[in-house]
Write a protein that binds this ligand. Structure first.
Ligand code: MG
Length: 158
């Protein structure tokens, strides 16, 4: 049996915060605001994985109302979420992601982001892909005020 999952997240971009994408710091003038460390890509990936496994969503597992998740490390949230997915009897086949922002360009960091996500999920780098897109100047992402991530994953029953 195979199952597809979809995840999306958006964070405001602010000065004096690092830009975290998939567990690495990408050099940029602004980074994600957020209750956790703000890694928008990991948050989208978590929701894709949990959704595919039918195990809830990031807000349900790690509610912002719980002080335990203040400044939480998104990599740790991903590890915990993926544990749930594996416990439900699934393995990750592949993960595909889109990061939308005006700046910085994602392409130079793509391989490092893919490697980081692949390491966190203990899969081959070929199972993880990441694309960067601009928003062509439209909306909050296009104005450089926000960054958005989409993730889709395929799980198989093991
Ligand atoms: Mg988020």
């Amino acid at each position: 049996m195979i199952r597809i999952g979809l995840g999306r997240d958006i964070h405001r971009l602010v000065c004096e915060r690092p830009l975290l994408l998939g567990g690495i710091v990408v050099p940029a003038d602004k980074g994600e605001d957020g209750y956790s460390d703000g890694d928008v890509l990991i948050h989208a990936v978590i929701d894709a994985l949990l959704g595919a496994a039918g195990r809830g969503d990031i807000g349900e597992l790690f509610p912002p109302s719980d002080p335990a998740w203040k400044d939480a490390c998104s990599q740790e949230l991903l590890r915990r979420s993926f544990e749930q997915v594996k416990k439900a009897g699934y393995a990750l086949v592949n993960l595909d992601c889109v990061v939308s922002c005006e700046l910085p360009k994602i392409a130079p960091y793509r391989k490092a982001i893919r490697a980081s996500l692949a390491a966190l999920l203990a899969v081959d780098i070929e199972a993880v892909f990441v694309k960067g897109k601009t928003n062509e100047g439209c909306d909050s992402v296009g104005a450089g005020e926000a960054i958005e991530a989409l993730a889709v994953c395929l799980l198989e029953r093991v």
